[in-house]
Design a protein around this ligand. Structure first.
Ligand code: SIN
Length: 292
């Protein structure tokens, strides 16, 4: 078992040593701030030392990519479990018999696709997922890329005055407006209730100790304790700020590529520019902790 398995805050922080060379995987950075492509590992059967280095690569690069992987559904789930307990999505369809294996699919019948706007997965949960592992099996002939943005970089680029203003503020995140009716086309009915949570606008990553901006266009509905118009204006500014291309990388999928992103410090956005073509895969999502 990996010695970094549980990712439980202070214990791991002490073990997290950024900047060391990788010995059991090959890593190529995509940009200076976010994204790395990893090769030389079979995710169906990684060694414990490779798992340790994958944990570290995720902490250092926020989203990591793998090509030409061949995992069964069970191996995909097992890989996810090595990072923690698996998360059950509150609304999305899953593979038959595998509630933790979310279906990511768009084709000629789709009215919309998953994750089209910038978001951090299920931030409306009280304990939002730490990470998501997307394994794409079918790609359109062109398009269907996913964009990722570093919320550390977005935080660090704020003025000191803005950081001081945001420090201590709390925002409401809701799933209601996102999920209600979203999966009707796939035969998934609405739930009576959807998650809602309150999270700090700036959070501290439990592994790296770095501060990240933690509001997103998808789920955040308002900043609490300030007038509505002020909240709208501040959130509007933050959303524009965090979408600066300097904070981003963009991944071009091929069949059997895997992306593993850290929802605590990165947001993502899936491009639905390939209709009427089909894109299909599965996402395994790993539970996280209450943001602080
Ligand atoms: C998502 O999980 O938000 C979807 C990402 C993607 O389809 O690229």
């Amino acid at each position: 078992m990996s010695s970094l398995r549980s990712f439980d805050g202070p214990r791991i922080k002490a073990r997290y040593e950024p900047g060391q060379p990788y010995e059991t995987i090959r890593l190529d950075r995509m940009t200076p701030v976010i994204g790395a492509e990893i090769s030389g590992v079979d995710l169906a059967a990684p060694t414990n030392r490779q798992m340790d280095e994958i944990h570290r690569a995720l902490a250092e690069h926020l989203v990591i990519f793998f090509r030409d992987q061949r995992m069964t559904q069970d191996q995909h789930l097992e890989f996810g479990r090595r990072f923690g307990e698996l998360h059950l999505h509150p609304a999305a369809p899953h593979e038959p018999g595998h509630p933790e294996l979310m279906v990511i699919k768009a084709d000629e019948n789709s009215k919309r696709a998953n994750g089209e706007g910038w978001h951090s997965d299920v931030s409306c949960d009280e304990e939002p997922p730490m990470g998501s592992i997307l394994y794409i099996k079918e790609c359109p002939p062109a398009g269907g890329d996913t964009l990722f943005a570093s919320m550390y970089a977005a935080h660090d680029a704020l003025s000191d005055r803005m950081k001081a203003y945001l420090d201590g503020l709390v925002a409401e995140h809701s799933g209601e407006h996102v999920y209600r009716g979203m999966y009707a086309n796939e035969g998934v009915g609405d739930k009576p209730r959807y998650p809602r949570a309150e999270h700090p606008v700036l959070r501290t990553h439990p592994v790296t100790g770095r501060r990240a901006l933690y509001v997103n266009r998808g789920f955040t509905t308002r900043i609490l304790g300030i007038p509505r118009d002020e909240s709208d204006a501040i959130l509007g500014y933050l959303y524009e700020h965090m979408e600066n291309p300097l904070f981003q990388c963009r991944f071009r999928w091929q069949p059997n590529s895997v992306a593993f992103w850290d929802n605590r410090c990165a947001q993502h956005r899936a491009m639905w520019d390939y209709w009427p073509h089909r894109r299909y895969g599965n996402r395994v999502t790993v539970k996280g902790e209450r943001p602080v």
